[in-house]
Design a protein around this ligand. Sequence first.
Ligand code: SF4
Ligand code: SF4
Length: 89
Amino acid sequence: MYKIAQVDPVKCSATSCRLCTLFCPEPNTLFYDERRHTAFVAIDRCKGCAACVRICTDVAKRDCIKMIPVEAALGGFEMSRYGLPGRAQ
Ligand code: SF4
Ligand code: SF4
């Protein structure tokens, strides 16, 4: 089963620390959405390493990111829905 990271936007937006976005080893995968005030994952690019989960849980002490089966990803492909940050929709 292939797992990808998914951010809980309600929990994340309570602090919006952005820490996880600094540590994802994959380019253009873990973003911060200024409009929704939350980090989000481009699930079509996530490699499932779970580094962001450790950062959010162990360093930021927020526990906003879970690894979930790719089939269970809510909201579909974030990149398709929201595009790259700063790009006109
Ligand atoms: S580390 Fe956690 S709280 Fe901070 S931006 Fe990432 S998901 Fe949100
Ligand atoms: S699981 Fe790894 S590749 Fe996927 S968003 Fe988190 S840090 Fe990036």
